[in-house]
Ligand binder design. Structure first.
Ligand SMILES: Nc1nc2c(ncn2[C@@H]2O[C@H](COP(=O)(O)OP(=O)(O)OP(=O)(O)O)[C@@H](O)[C@H]2O)c(=O)[nH]1
Ligand SMILES: C[S@@+](CC[C@H](N)C(=O)[O-])C[C@H]1O[C@@H](n2cnc3c(N)ncnc32)[C@H](O)[C@@H]1O
Ligand code: SF4
Ligand code: SF4
Length: 320
């Protein structure tokens, strides 16, 4: 379905939990998040129902995210349920990769096509610092497992924090020389934990690109937030996602659903549409609410304007 700005909305991102087995500094409070009542969280059946109704409105691609989607009970059944929906052509997951070695095979058999794996450092000590306790070795095993299973393409997501993991920029890029994977740099966004951080931690992707002059620009893919480059003779690509310094809003094709059943027309707006009454009390139609979200999708974000107010939810609730 097209929105008011003639963008074709065909991509649904679903956050299936706000729980996580890590506590990345910029994303989650150190103490984690409070447990919500069972009934305040979407059930697996409800998520499948939303995906089904979305498919009838033109959604073709679903991404499962979180929190950490692999700590959600019933995740394999969810992937099975979504892959059985007519019209859904692509099911992907964004994960920290810690549990991929364990669940990769089952996920693939259930219908998962590909994974984006977040990794902010290759150094065990720095990775532990940023994630407050994670073991990078487990993520690397997860990446190997995804390669072995043929989940394709594999994309790594990295957030560079000024003064913290700048040394990893080149090391992470160099992975593209060894593996046929994309390594993408996402600019740190002033959301959640990072909303009150000092400016010195925010490094623009432009600055990162300047530090690696041998990167060669590649053709732009439409509806992808990333701009791609390649290191000479590399197997994979280096991508840059610049939500702050450059808008990809004009090509935006996505809607988001939070783990507690709210539809978000835009990541950087506080506007939310509650789906629970339509799902549970049959007041209102799910289809109409989805159509309403598409119709009310803003033209762009206002992150770079003076009166922008940071959204109050953490990325772990929205799913990035
Ligand atoms: N501002 C903004 N940022 C986004 C949007 N979609 C993704 N991002 C950012 O890009 C990061 C990486 O997103 P992923 O979860 O890997 O998904 P993706 O880039 O859409 O994935 P592909 O389907 O592989 O292109 C997210 O964590 C967000 O930080 C968007 O619509 N708007
Ligand atoms: C919220 S996580 C959810 C999925 C999974 N737990 C993971 O880490 O991939 C999705 C992505 O959001 C990114 N993210 C979280 N907070 C962010 C922030 N303030 N700025 C930029 N990216 C952020 C993470 O680095 C991660 O790549
Ligand atoms: S970025 Fe992902 S792995 Fe890190 S705390 Fe947030 S949800 Fe968890
Ligand atoms: S900021 Fe909003 S409109 Fe822009 S790309 Fe992200 S979700 Fe789409």
């Amino acid at each position: 379905m097209k929105d008011t700005y003639k963008r074709n909305i065909n991509y649904l991102r679903i956050s299936v939990t706000d729980f996580c087995n890590l506590r990345c500094k910029y994303c989650m409070p150190e103490a984690g998040v409070e447990k919500m009542k069972h009934c305040d969280v979407l059930s697996i059946e409800e998520i499948v129902k939303i995906a089904k109704e979305s498919a009838s409105l033109g959604i073709r691609k679903v991404r499962i995210t979180g929190g950490e989607p692999l700590v959600r009970k019933g995740i394999i059944d969810l992937i099975k349920g979504i892959s059985a929906i007519e019209g859904i052509e692509d099911i992907a997951m964004t994960t920290n990769g810690l549990l991929l070695k364990e669940y990769g095979k089952e996920l693939k058999e259930a219908g998962l096509k590909r994974v984006n794996i977040s990794i902010d450092s290759l150094d065990p000590h720095r990775y532990r610092e940023i994630t407050r306790g994670g073991e990078v070795e487990k993520v690397l095993e997860g990446i190997e497992e995804a390669l072995t299973l043929g989940l394709d393409p594999i994309k790594l997501n990295t957030v560079i924090i000024g003064g913290e993991n700048e040394e990893d920029i080149r090391k992470l890029m160099d992975l593209t020389k060894v593996y046929p994977i994309d390594v993408r740099f996402i600019e740190l966004m002033p959301i959640g934990e990072a909303s009150s951080w000092s400016k010195k931690h925010f490094i623009s992707n432009e600055e990162i690109r300047k530090r690696v002059p041998e990167l060669v620009p590649q053709l732009h893919e439409t509806a992808s937030p990333a701009q791609y480059y390649k290191l000479p003779s590399a197997k994979g690509r280096v991508g840059f996602i610049d939500p702050i310094s450059s808008h990809f809003c004009s090509e935006c094709n996505r809607l988001r659903v939070t783990f507690d059943g709210k539809l978000k027309p835009c990541l950087h707006s506080s506007q939310e549409i509650d789906l629970l009454p339509a799902l549970r009390e049959e007041t209102g139609s799910l289809r109409e609410l989805l159509a309403q979200a598409i119709a009310s999708k803003p033209e762009k974000h206002f992150l770079d304007t003076v009166d922008y107010k940071a959204i109050t939810r953490n990325m772990s609730q929205i799913g990035g």
